[in-house]
Design a protein around this ligand. Structure first.
Ligand code: ADP
Ligand code: GLC
Length: 482
């Protein structure tokens, strides 16, 4: 199959969250299974390797409205893996800055441009995919283009997939995007792209993609309801017959405690002794008391309302005060939450460490050094960190939502089975209850070790995910032919 991915993030070149990891790993895995894969993504100012890239198209004229000088871009290419090429859209004005999602006056045009440029590159080079796989809201108008403006081009026969990695971010932007992309004005109506006086990118994608995927089976059910639908649940329900949930996986090249260059010692499910060294070294690195017989709870996260870390900040002081656990957080986002966690660090020296920012190496050392990993999300489409945690024998403490519910099995003391702690309610009491459970489990070393072993032996492979995507693509191609 020829598969084209359109994505605003592509790890390791650009990543704001799990989307960068997911798009990159899925594309490479599909290529490893023998398919021909191209990934279109912006060339942000932060990407260092541009001079080493090849040039696919020196000057492509993308048919967009407005200033004709803005329509031109260069397409650079880089072999990511055998059968898998990334096409970076180089456009200084749109993507020259370092940020992936800056707030700008031309957010709509900037979001839509690279996808449209990728489709143009297909037409100009004659590489016509069987499937166009779009990721999240910035790509939402591409399936609309395929069904309308590009219908009579060779791309008109392509099946399209929209993966919703997060329904909260929709791209509700100015209707002038229709003119920019050359989309017909009749699309501006409530039954189509219109939403609260603007154009909703994600709504367009949900309505027009041949099939819609989201990143876990539970989230696929949740987004049919008003509580999780962020105003689009009725639109999702219209596509219910073509909607499915496919779990993300773990990139074992990147996340494997047996061969992780960021760790002082390697370890495995059969021999966990190295993990104790990692914890010791990590506590010293963070200037936390190294010799306490208490668990270390870790968090690595964007600090957004989604993640429920405002609730955790209220649940934790009681446990830190009584010296029952140590805590480390790495993250950034909401300013007031950053301040709240910095205060927690000041209030509990030796027990609580907080690092505001983005740090790849540190994220590996937290996964290896912690005993538990806390994810009290209000919603979580899939979540990757609980998967990485399990691979590192760090038991996840999660709220039963989305992918967290699908991947973490609640520890049952009577059955001595389970891979983490699971709680139901997104509130302070829920998190307190979960932390009590975690402390109880840690207090029984044989049970704790049994849970660690089970967590480490779980398999969340991208290969499984890619196989499921291939079935989905085949269905979409069939649907498109009817
Ligand atoms: P989301 O995409 O909603 O942020 P995921 O759990 O799917 O959540 O993915 C988050 C990814 O981003 C993980 O790979 C995680 O390790 C990484 N990450 C998030 N914040 C940071 C940070 N401050 N430093 C390093 N890595 C981070
Ligand atoms: C989103 C979701 C997260 C998911 C990631 C990759 O950012 O918030 O749950 O794991 O995308 O699919």
């Amino acid at each position: 199959m020829k598969i084209l991915h359109l994505t605003p993030e592509l790890a390791p070149w650009s990543k704001a969250g799990g989307l960068g990891d997911a798009a990159s790993a899925l594309a490479r895995q599909l290529a490893a299974l023998g398919h021909e894969v191209r990934i279109v993504t912006p060339l942000y100012g932060s990407v260092p390797e541009r001079e080493q890239m090849g040039i696919k198209l020196e000057s492509s004229q993308v048919p967009v409205g407005g200033d004709p000088r803005r329509a031109a871009c260069r397409v650079r290419s880089l072999a990511v893996a055998p059968n898998c090429e990334a096409w970076f859209i180089e456009h200084e004005d749109f993507y020259g800055a370092r940020e992936i999602y800056p707030a700008r006056e031309d957010t709509a045009e900037r979001a839509a441009f690279y996808g449209r440029a990728g489709l143009q590159a297909c037409l100009e080079t004659g590489w016509i995919p069987d499937v166009v796989h779009c990721h999240d809201w910035t790509t939402g108008l591409m399936p609309v283009l395929l069904n309308t403006t590009l219908k009579d081009t060779p791309l008109g026969r392509c099946a399209s997939i929209l993966t919703i990695h997060n329904l909260q971010h929709q791209g509700l932007l100015s209707r002038r995007i229709l003119g920019f992309l050359g989309l017909p004005e009749w699309l501006f109506q409530p039954a189509e792209l219109e939403c609260l006086g603007g154009v909703n990118f994600l709504k367009g994608g949900i309505l027009h993609a041949t099939r819609v995927v989201t990143v876990s089976p539970t989230y696929a059910q949740e987004i049919l309801t008003p509580a999780y639908g962020y105003g689009l649940d009725d639109v999702v329900r219209r596509r219910q017959a073509d909607l499915e949930g496919i779990l993300n996986g773990v990139d074992s090249e990147e996340w494997d405690p047996r061969r992780d260059p960021h760790l002082v010692k390697s370890f495995s499910a059969d021999d966990l002794s190295g993990k104790a060294f990692c914890k010791q070294a990590f506590l010293r690195e963070m200037k936390l008391d190294p010799d306490l017989p208490i668990p270390l709870v870790g968090v690595i996260s964007r600090l957004w309302e989604q993640k429920g870390l405002d609730l955790a900040a209220r649940a934790l002081p009681r446990f830190l005060r009584s010296g029952q656990l140590q805590f480390v957080l790495l993250g950034s986002g909401d300013g007031s939450l950053e301040t709240e966690y910095r205060r927690l660090e000041k209030d509990f020296p030796g027990r609580c460490a907080v690092r505001i920012g983005y740090d790849h190496g540190l994220s590996h050392r937290i996964e290896a050094g912690a005993d538990f990993f806390l994810m009290p999300s209000r919603f979580e489409p899939c979540g990757l960190n609980q998967l990485y945690s399990m691979a590192y024998g760090t038991l996840p403490i999660v709220r039963a939502t989305g992918g967290l519910a699908d991947t973490v099995k609640a520890w049952s003391p009577s059955a001595r089975k389970g891979t983490g702690v699971v709680f139901q309610h997104a509130d302070v009491a829920g998190i307190e209850w979960a932390l009590e459970q975690a402390l109880g489990l840690y207090g029984k070393p044989a049970d704790f070790a049994a849970a660690q072993g089970q967590a480490m032996r779980e398999e969340f492979s991208w290969s499984k995910s890619a196989q499921a995507h291939l079935l989905c693509y085949a269905k979409a191609i069939r649907q498109k032919q009817i």
